[in-house]
Design a protein around this ligand. Sequence first.
Ligand code: NAD
Length: 443
Amino acid sequence: MSMLISYDPIDQKPLGEVPVTTIEQMPDLVSQAKKAQKTWAKLSLIERQKKVVQAYQNLAKVQKSLALLISKEMGKDHRRAGYEAAGTVQNTEYFCQEIAAALQPESLGHGAELQYKPLGVVAVISPWNYPLAMANNLLLPALMAGNSVILKPSEETPLVADLFVNTLNEVLPVGVLQVAHGGADTGKALVNADINMVAFTGSLAAGKHIMASAASSLKRLVMELGGNDPMIVMATADIDKAVQFAVASSFENAGQMCTSTERVYVDARVADEFEQKVVALARRYQVGAWDQTNVNIGPIVNHKQHQSVVSQLKDAQLKGARFLLGQAHYETPFIQPTVVTNITPDMQLETHETFGPIVAISRFNHISEAIERANASPYGLGASVFGGVGAADVAEQMEAGMVGVNQGAGGAGPWVGAKQSGFGFHGSAAGHQQFAQVRVLSK
Ligand code: NAD
């Protein structure tokens, strides 16, 4: 049996291991999922809701262990890992009610009814950066809609997924929720298997591959993909508020967040003040291991991702960027809080998703220049605009699924990406309904 080993991102020591699901095992897994789904779908929505809520109540007993594993496997500081575990365990009852309301049949008049039926077997494929929350966001609506689920968690965080699934399965009927461990190959085998839907959160490259593979049998898709979120700071902005947001949003989860601020465009008239204050605040951030006190930036998840961040910093340095805090090279596994200015459109810090604790600043002389650069990306997940009068107008012109005016993007309603940041979405009634087959019954 081949094993997948989970490593501590700080010292590379093994934390535990799980068996890899091989390509040969996939048909058996899918056939169990199909069998279980038939019985699961026969339950009424209320009965399913009761079971799911009960399963999540059972999760409460491992809430602390889940938080600890999140910290150990991907390095998130223990306070934030605690929030992630608490959010997943404690908010489920509310979300189940919201999902159940979204899946109620609707009368279309003249005896016709709009129904939300199960799709069948749903593959949930999730990333490592919020290993519990990202899996759960897709798993919950899929289960509630009467589907069975095969979860393929990130190969970086298999232990979190194992504890999550095993604890839920103490309550859920056998086969309704299964886990398939492994890397991209396991994910590919699952996408190619005889399933009905792929609900995916991860990178744009993997998303494109999944979309191409799903085309052969027209599998339903919901894909939440990468981002390269811009922030525009107008001359009329409350500078202190803008500084707070720019730093917090760039450094959250060591910058490893899909909606972290990746590019800041600041009006040249206020740029000196903005940069000085950003540097002063960034200096207060503490890098270190999750169990040290006052640490708010953990390690980068693995060596490959660390190299990717460093190579973007070096590229910026070569092309003339100015480092106001930090430098272009760091040793694995940490990246110190870094503030870089004079970013130009040809730099990778501008064109690529970075996923590191970097505030990357450019100055603009006219707002049209800032809007053009903010939108010149294949991504369109989040965007934010800080300013007084006219900020809402600028926000209207942002090509993003979620836009914040004097605040971050998202947090209410659907979690949705525009352009190549997503395909379909989750959250809100319209999001929950994407995990069901819409059917019209005319009587
Ligand atoms: P990733 O795409 O490398 O991996 C995500 C998951 O997909 C993993 O489980 C992986 O094993 C699997 N996988 C990889 N290639 C696959 C393929 N071809 N077919 C099937 N499965 C495959 O992403 P990651 O490094 O784990 O996560 C970081 C990325 O996720 C970033 O781009 C980030 O922006 C994005 N993300 C997006 C959101 C969102 O809501 N939009 C949220 C979190 C993370």
